[in-house]
Design a protein around this ligand. Structure first.
Ligand code: PLP
Length: 391
């Protein structure tokens, strides 16, 4: 049975560009480029050159002004944690040194990925106050809501560019402006924005941003933390001082080279990918919601750019996500019930709860997400399998 993979918001297959870039590094023996990028000899220098080429490539792709604003990490989970904790701790220290400051507060949205939400809980245990900025029924976080959530002791604000479950696109530039007006730093989780919508860290007004290679055809376990020059940051992983002391640990050169090739390719191909994805998104919403049993998780109009092109999210009445996923899987179709991280949980998604979706409806959440390899036949096959399962 041919497998049709429509769960690209969870992860993507390795792209040809990434595989080709990584191939020499996966060869065996001393002739392969296996060096430690921090060694002084020629083998190390070779690895260092590859690492710095990858850094420059990623910096260009994400719109950073300098390559040294790019810090390689083990994924976006680490980048999110490092950004929130690193900036909150450093900002608190700065304000304490100025005198008369105690406490410290972090503001996040309710629709963030667990990497941000659970990090916010960890910050609470470290003595920070954590509050939420409200979103509307489509998951958008508006500037006036953030304005209302701000206080003068707010150190860091984190709001994602694109939600991974329902595809909401936030106006991060407007949110960053509010955060900055109140003296806070602004972090954006841009994992689902990269290669999907026009995005640059500069336009987003970000002091810090997180990206993940495996969502755009790169290898798993490689992420990027963008840190704007002179952003207060206390390193969270300490040790040998790699990544200019911002993230210790011997760099995964093979993975980083693959990540850079994948990110570069995804950003170059973005417009074409987004155009065909949006056609499939609009087709799926129209055809799926023609059934009285199916409700769109968010109201997406055809061509609506307030939602990402690659994510379709619907709720099926009277069915549970797990049943739907397994029944579709038996027909060769891979989709998910929201975030891959919480796929084992029977609790409704925290994102749908934040949108005010009734619990019984939220339990039937199904997310279909497109990747570079997706073709019209995949969409057609999904539609006929779905019709069988939800008959
Ligand atoms: N943030 C968002 C929005 C995501 O979709 C993901 C992926 O699940 C992550 C963070 C975590 O990324 P990683 O798998 O690289 O740790």
């Amino acid at each position: 049975m041919k497998r049709i993979y429509l769960d690209n918001a969870a992860t993507t297959p390795l792209s040809a560009a990434a595989a080709a870039a990584m191939a020499p590094y996966l060869e065996e023996g001393v002739a392969a480029p296996f060096g430690n990028a921090n060694s002084l000899h020629s083998v190390g220098r070779e690895a260092f050159t590859a690492l710095e080429d990858a850094r420059a490539r990623v910096a260009r792709a994400i719109g950073a002004t300098r390559p040294d604003e790019v810090v390689f990490t083990s994924g976006a989970t680490e980048a999110d944690n490092a950004a929130l904790i690193g900036m909150a701790v450093a900002q608190r220290e700065r304000r304490r040194l100025k005198g008369g400051f105690s406490g410290g507060r972090v503001v996040v949205s309710r629709i963030e990925h667990d990497a941000v939400l659970h990090c916010a809980s960890a910050l609470k245990r470290l003595g920070f106050e954590v509050d939420f900025v409200e979103n509307d029924a489509t998951g958008h976080v508006h500037a006036d809501a953030l304005e209302a959530a701000m206080r003068e002791d707010t150190l860091v604000v984190s709001v994602m560019a694109v939600n991974n479950e329902v595809g909401t696109v936030n106006d991060t530039a407007a949110l960053a402006r509010i955060a900055h007006e109140h003296g806070a730093l602004f972090h954006v989780d841009a994992v689902q924005a990269l290669g999907k919508i026009a995005f640059s860290v500069g336009d987003a007004g970000a002091d810090a941003a997180s990206f993940s290679a495996h969502k755009v055809g790169g290898p798993k376990g490689v992420g990027v933390l963008y840190l704007k020059t002179r952003t207060p940051f206390e390193p969270f992983l300490v040790g040998g001082g790699q990544e200019r002391g911002l993230r210790s640990g011997t760099q995964n050169v093979a993975g980083i080279v693959g990540a850079a090739a994948a990110i570069d390719h995804a950003v170059r191909e973005r417009e074409a990918f987004a155009a065909r994805s949006m056609r499939w998104r609009d087709e799926l919403y129209e055809k799926l919601c023609a059934s009285s049993r199916v409700v769109a998780a968010v109201d997406v109009a055809p061509g609506d750019e307030r939602f990402a092109p690659h994510i379709v999210s619907v709720c099926v009445r009277g069915m549970e996500s797990q049943t739907l996923i397994l029944q579709l899987d038996m027909r060769g179709i891979c989709v998910s019930g929201g975030s891959a991280c919480s796929s084992a949980s029977l609790d409704p998604s925290h994102v749908l709860s934040a949108l005010g979706t009734p619990r019984n409806l939220a339990q039937g959440l199904l997310r279909i997400s497109f990747g570079e390899q997706t073709v019209q036949e995949d969409i057609d096959a999904f539609l006929s399998a779905f019709e069988e399962v939800v008959a």
